[in-house]
Design a protein around this ligand. Structure first.
Ligand SMILES: Nc1nc2c(c(=O)[nH]1)N[C@H]1C(S)=C(S)[C@@H](COP(=O)(O)O)O[C@H]1N2
Ligand SMILES: [Mo]
Length: 368
């Protein structure tokens, strides 16, 4: 156990004014881990170079020719597979929207110190790989196994604990047909930042579950209590309380900011008249039932049109024709509802680690 660096929480907690000071440590993380520029919501499938990235430690340099995936723990037959051997098994391709659980964290007051996402820690890709279930069946799950643990090749220190990046899934989730061991993203081998050569894809779950640079799969009899499971990805009101685990992505809609941006403030400038607003909406393992748009900061709402679903795990497009008049300043908002009855909150749901903040997006627009 190393000593945990003491970082203050930012903001006075009044919730009225965001704290405008950014720590160099946050800036350093922000420059390593990039968000989707919101105009990137235009594409059904995010071009790989526009997809957001989140890397806790360093991107490991992996030699694909010597890489092996070890399947062990409480299994009948341990497996050790090369990339080629893995690729010889059944291949499945799924279009999956991935969002970081910390998306929206930097909008919270006070702001929990970590990767300071505003909005846009999201992307959609076509992931190809072998269903995890086949490999687990091949190895043979032992009696009494409750979880499957995934271990990455990356290593670092977090919360004073030196660790491999590791997380587990309940056995029932791991055995779902659509959990993949993916080696391709948008038809090309995984790029280093996205987990080359192989990563886990858990459709519907927030990003932390999609272990990159996978080196080991371990069947466990007891729940995994490592840092990323028991401490980091939790919904709680203080860093000491365990709270509930972060799992599925919460319902969310984002819009492509219309018009043209002011360089420094990113405030939008739009010519008055008819303006088509477009965006995307998604929710963990539920479908989007409707999307609403507000042009007055959330006082009144109108229904947007929504496009056809693109598979069970991909975001959906939506659009709305806005009569942008008279000239003046406006605040655009959008919010999505899902088939499980969830809707995005107008107010932020604050948690100590800044998880799952799916409050409605607000875009300032100047109509000329
Ligand atoms: N091994 C490993 N896997 C990881 C991470 C990591 O730091 N190490 N980050 C996780 C988090 S928090 C997210 S949001 C997603 C981001 O995936 P992407 O960078 O491909 O978008 O990867 C997840 N998988
Ligand atoms: Mo994340």
């Amino acid at each position: 156990m190393l000593s945990e660096p003491v970082l203050p929480t930012v903001g006075d907690g009044s919730g009225i004014e965001p704290d405008r000071r950014i720590y160099p440590e946050e800036l350093q993380l922000a420059l390593r881990n990039k968000a989707l520029p919101l105009e990137g919501l235009h594409y059904d499938v995010t071009p790989t170079g526009l997809h957001y990235t989140l890397i806790h430690y360093d991107i490991p340099a992996v030699d694909v020719t010597t890489w092996h995936l070890e399947v062990g723990g409480q299994v009948h037959t341990k497996l050790s597979l090369t990339l080629e051997e893995l690729q010889q098994r059944l291949v499945q391709t799924l279009r999956v929207t991935l969002e970081c659980a910390g998306d929206g964290r930097a909008l919270l007051h006070p702001r929990p110190l970590s990767q300071p996402w505003l909005t846009g820690a999201v992307g959609t890709a076509e992931w190809s790989g072998t269903p995890l279930r086949l490999l687990l069946e091949e190895a043979g799950i032992g009696e009494g196994v409750s979880e499957i643990l995934f271990t990455g090749l990356d290593r670092g220190i977090e919360g004073g604990v030196e660790q491999d990046y590791q997380r587990s899934l309940p056995l029932s989730v791991a055995l779902h047909d659509d959990v993949l061991l993916a080696w391709a993203m948008n038809g090309a081998p995984l790029e280093p930042q996205h987990g080359s050569p192989v990563r886990v894809i858990v459709p519907g779950w927030y990003g932390m579950a999609h272990i990159k640079w996978l080196r080991a799969i371990t069947a466990l009899l007891t729940p995994f209590a490592g840092y990323q499971q028991a401490v980091a990805y939790r919904y709680s009101q203080s860093r000491e309380q365990p709270g509930k685990p972060v799992t599925l992505m919460r319902v969310r809609a984002l819009l492509i900011p219309p018009g043209i941006p002011d360089f420094l403030t990113r405030v939008r400038v739009v010519q008055h008249g008819s303006v088509e607003l477009r965006g995307r909406a998604w929710s963990g393992r539920a479908t989007i039932t409707h999307v609403e748009v507000s042009c007055d900061g959330g006082s009144t709402w109108a229904l947007a049109e929504i496009g056809e679903p693109q598979g069970a795990y991909s975001w959906q497009s939506w659009w709305y024709l806005w009569d942008a008049s008279p000239p003046g300043t406006y605040e655009l908002c959008c919010r999505a509802h899902d088939s499980a009855g969830n809707v995005q909150p107008l107010e932020q749901h604050w948690t100590a680690r800044g998880m799952g903040n799916n409050a409605v997006q607000r875009v300032r627009v100047l109509v000329m």
